[in-house]
Design a protein around this ligand. Structure first.
Ligand code: SF4
Length: 204
């Protein structure tokens, strides 16, 4: 059955949907439509998602909005934490795939995800209790963690596997620790720098 028809009753809390360039990680510079879920199980001080304001949308609503935004064939489902609305996410990814979209998921890794459900899986863990240890890329926000803390995200740790490993400066209204992040990567070249280039070039 059409995944849109099966999920008529499921509504998701969506913070925003917009068309821009991917600013971070492996796909930086590539155009994509972003579907930003609202709500998260974490409360990071540097979070750039507005969790208090959201629209309640069905799979059909979201798909129609995405299709109205232009010719990009890639959708980045991000947050907030999409996995906190698991049932809706599952139907949404099926609907996107059926409509011919490549689906990228960005998750904090606190919930287990079947990597085969999406075309690209980015895990951005925010603490030691993370669960999703396999994916296409891992993107860690560098807040001054010790080498021992960061070691848990690398392949030398038990059952951890990612094709690409990014360390990203932490941006706050006060500034960004780019210099410290660069120095860390120079000292441990298993990491690669990810910048939030959408902020650098002034696009959403
Ligand atoms: S895990 Fe991500 S979405 Fe959740 S609060 Fe932290 S930065 Fe925000």
């Amino acid at each position: 059955m059409n995944p849109i028809e099966t999920s008529i009753g499921i509504k998701m809390k969506i913070s925003e949907i917009f068309y821009s360039l991917q600013g971070e990680g492996y796909w930086a510079g590539i155009p994509a439509v972003f579907v930003r879920f609202s709500g998260c199980n974490r409360f990071c001080s540097f979070c750039d998602t507005q969790h208090n304001f959201f629209s309640t949308m069905s799979v059909k609503d979201i798909l129609q909005k995405v299709m109205s935004l232009g010719s990009a064939r890639r959708v980045v489902v991000t947050g907030g934490e999409p996995m906190t609305q698991l049932e809706g996410f599952h139907d949404l990814s099926l609907a996107f795939a059926a409509a011919g979209y490549e689906v990228h998921l960005e998750t904090n890794g606190d919930f287990e995800v079947d990597p085969s459900e999406v075309d690209w899986l980015t895990v951005s863990p925010k603490g030691p209790e993370w669960k999703q240890k396999i994916g296409d890329e891992i993107k860690v926000v560098y807040t001054g963690q010790s080498k021992e803390e960061l070691e848990q995200y690398l392949e030398s740790s038990d059952k951890v596997y990612f094709k690409h490993r990014f360390l990203q400066p932490c941006s706050t209204p006060e500034g960004s620790n780019v210099e410290a992040t660069v120095e860390y990567i120079k000292a441990d070249p298993r990491w690669r720098l990810s910048l939030q280039i959408h902020k650098l070039i002034g696009v959403r």
